[in-house]
Design a protein around this ligand. Structure first.
Ligand SMILES: [Zn+2]
Ligand SMILES: [Zn+2]
Length: 321
């Protein structure tokens, strides 16, 4: 993609962003669950980011279905009472303090529903999704096993799925990672509700331990919030430290941005060579979904990966090689 790139290795002046009213709290970012709101968010993202429209149309139905499922599907109750705020303060996320997946989770129901959303957004995968659904329904594919394997690492899970399955392991893993988001999102909402306010000073997610996929800097005050695409958590993190390797900068970190698009940038770290797509809040009174925002900014992923930087976390939309 030919995009005019203005490489700016310096602070982006915040005075430009002060014009927008600071009205919507950060909490609203993850509370855009109503279908009509999600439809509006996706439509607006397509309008504002025509270069990402194919990707947004492909992922839109999936993200929408994930939000609906995590909000409404019936799941077994988990006990969060033993979660320890002192451990959180020491950097131990919720997922290391308790089991967030239950064997009684409605895995098949979620997977079948998401497979139909994948077919809607990505018709090329329809035959493969049909095969997966059949295997789920006749018990040949035990989804619970994936989550047991997942605790042994992604590679082990992929190896497992690569064996004697008549489907592409990457498509099976894709569907199951979508299922994981629904489960983790529900458990994230429940656990943070029980916890209330807690201290967290790490660059990885306080709930699921993943690194952020996208960041948002408020136009007024300039606070940086990181977003986890694995569970949907947002948390505040200092702007002068790299979330990945914790390198501290003297004044301000380095950012790249595309010419004439000063609301979108990519933070880069010269120590760990990771980047983090970063948005300056310009949504005014509109609701925002940070995963849709991240997908909208995939041109920045392309540019940064061409420059030899790596994303802090791999998402279905930012693996470009
Ligand atoms: Zn997370
Ligand atoms: Zn770093």
């Amino acid at each position: 993609m030919a995009l005019p790139l203005l490489c700016v290795v310096s602070t982006i002046p915040f005075i430009h962003y002060n014009a927008y009213p600071r009205k919507v709290s950060i909490v609203m970012i993850s509370k855009t669950n109503e279908t009509s709101v999600m439809d509006q968010i996706i439509e607006r993202a397509i309008e504002q980011n025509p270069h990402s429209s194919n990707l947004l149309k492909a992922f839109g139905p999936i993200v929408k279905r994930q939000r609906q499922l995590s909000e409404s599907i019936s799941m077994p109750e988990l006990d969060y009472s033993h979660l320890d705020k002192e451990k959180l303060r020491a950097g131990i996320p919720v997922i290391q303090q308790m089991k967030m997946f239950s064997p009684d989770d409605p895995l098949n129901e979620i997977a079948l529903s998401l497979a139909s959303a994948v077919k809607e957004g990505m018709p090329k995968l329809a035959a493969e999704m049909d095969r997966l659904c059949e295997m789920i329904q006749n018990g040949k594919l035990q989804i619970a096993q994936y989550f047991i394997d997942k605790s042994g690492g992604e590679n082990q899970a992929k190896e497992h799925w690569g064996n004697d399955l008549n489907v592409s392991p990457s498509n099976a893993s894709f569907l199951l990672s979508l299922v994981a988001r629904v489960l983790l999102e529900r458990r994230r909402i429940e656990s943070t509700e029980v916890l209330g306010a807690f201290e967290w000073e790490k660059g990885y997610c306080p709930v699921c331990g993943e690194f952020p996929s996208v960041a948002l800097i408020e136009e007024k005050g300039g606070k940086r919030f990181l977003h986890c695409s694995s569970c949907g958590q947002d948390w505040r993190f200092t702007r002068v430290v790299c979330p990945y390797c914790e390198k501290e900068a003297q004044r301000e970190m380095d950012y790249y941005y595309v010419e004439n698009k000063t609301e979108e940038s990519a933070f880069v770290c010269d120590q760990c060579k990771k980047y983090l797509v970063t948005l300056y809040r310009a949504g005014r009174l509109y609701s925002r979904d940070m995963d849709i925002s991240a997908i909208s900014l995939v041109h920045l992923d392309m540019i940064m990966q061409e420059k030899g930087f790596e994303p802090m976390v791999t998402c279905a939309w930012n693996v470009l090689k």
